[in-house]
Design a protein around this ligand. Structure first.
Ligand SMILES: NC(=O)c1ccc[n+]([C@@H]2O[C@H](COP(=O)([O-])OP(=O)(O)OC[C@H]3O[C@@H](n4cnc5c(N)ncnc54)[C@H](O)[C@@H]3O)[C@@H](O)[C@H]2O)c1
Length: 289
């Protein structure tokens, strides 16, 4: 079994959405524990500079890249710059992502389009920009895409987000097959399905401007309560990079919870029952628990 140090030490990591949350945790672990050079890409310039300063002050090798993953050309520019400055990429993490709360029919079109552009197009842009060079290199490489436990279930009031995470999981499963089909045994593709991890994703999430505002904000508050039981980003990062080194495809931060949700999904599809409301929803018998 390969240890994270054997897999990653001395290599270059490129992580999108790395100025905060899980991405920043991955950057910290990669730079400070595994001794990687990390290229942290994000749209938030201030948070990016702060995260980079923290990493370098602690002795890590970190470089910032102000990149909007919605822009294919910007992500291609990032890939060119990294190749020129640092050579082959050992670890690419397509991590940038957004949340959205509210009834699907109340969702502003702009919020829908932004979420699709970041959560789905952003991952595709990362693959298009980095995979061709990775395929040509002989050094081992890892590509991790941030999906979610939400990719193996349905969650009301978060339909755009859940849809996008199903999409990222499907895209990553196909990518895994395509890399095998291309004979690129040196590339490992993994789908990351975190459970709740402390981050600012629910604070910055979109809401609604018309319709049932209260229901949308109640959904956000429910996720704030979920966050009270979340694990920290550093713990998540350690788990993700350990499972990646071991070449797991389904990389999970809270195995008990995520495997439980996977089993429920498999059982639901087997008997073809319609998706039920989650436990604790306001219209289920155990409401409020
Ligand atoms: N936190 C959780 O509980 C959780 C659970 C499952 C999956 N995830 C996934 O993990 C990933 C990271 O989420 P997080 O919780 O750390 O969120 P976060 O909001 O704390 O961090 C996301 C980062 O992405 C950046 N970003 C947003 N739009 C961008 C763009 N267009 N281009 C570049 N960067 C952009 C933000 O500036 C931010 O720094 C997401 O894909 C999310 O869906 C998170």
């Amino acid at each position: 079994m390969t240890s994270p140090s054997e897999a990653f030490s001395g290599g270059t990591a490129v992580i999108t959405g790395a100025a905060a949350g899980i991405g920043a945790g991955l950057a910290r672990h990669a730079a400070l524990v595994l001794g990687m050079r990390v290229v942290i890409a994000d749209i938030d310039e201030q948070a990016l500079e702060q995260t980079c300063a923290e990493l370098t002050e602690d002795g890590g090798k970190a470089t910032t890249a102000l990149v909007d993953v919605r822009e294919a050309a910007a992500v291609e520019g990032l890939a060119d710059r990294v190749a020129e400055e640092f050579g082959p990429v050992r670890l690419l993490v397509n991590n940038a992502g957004l949340e959205q709360f509210g009834y699907l029919w109340d969702t502003p079109v702009a919020n829908w389009e932004r979420l699709v552009a970041v959560n789905i197009n952003g991952v595709f842009h990362g693959i298009r920009a980095f995979l061709p060079r990775m395929l040509r290199q002989s050094d081992p490489a890892w590509v991790l895409n941030l999906s979610s436990v939400g990719a193996v279930t349905a969650v009301p009031m978060q339909a755009p987000y859940i849809m996008s995470k199903h999409a990222v999981l499907a895209l990553t499963e196909c990518l895994h097959q395509e890399v095998a089909l291309a004979g690129a045994a040196h590339i490992h593709v993994g789908a990351v399905l975190p459970g709740a991890v402390v981050s600012r994703i629910f604070d910055t999430a979109g809401g609604v401007e018309g319709g049932d505002l209260r229901a949308a904000e109640e959904a956000r508050e429910a996720m704030f309560r979920v966050r009270e039981r979340a694990i920290g980003a550093d713990e998540a990062a350690e788990t993700i990079l350990r499972q990646a080194a071991e070449k797991e495809f389904y990389i999970v931060t809270q195995p008990e919870t995520v495997f439980g949700v996977m089993r429920e999904r498999a059982a639901q599809l087997t008997v073809r029952s319609a998706p039920a409301l989650p436990r604790g929803s306001r219209f289920t018998a155990d409401a409020g628990r």
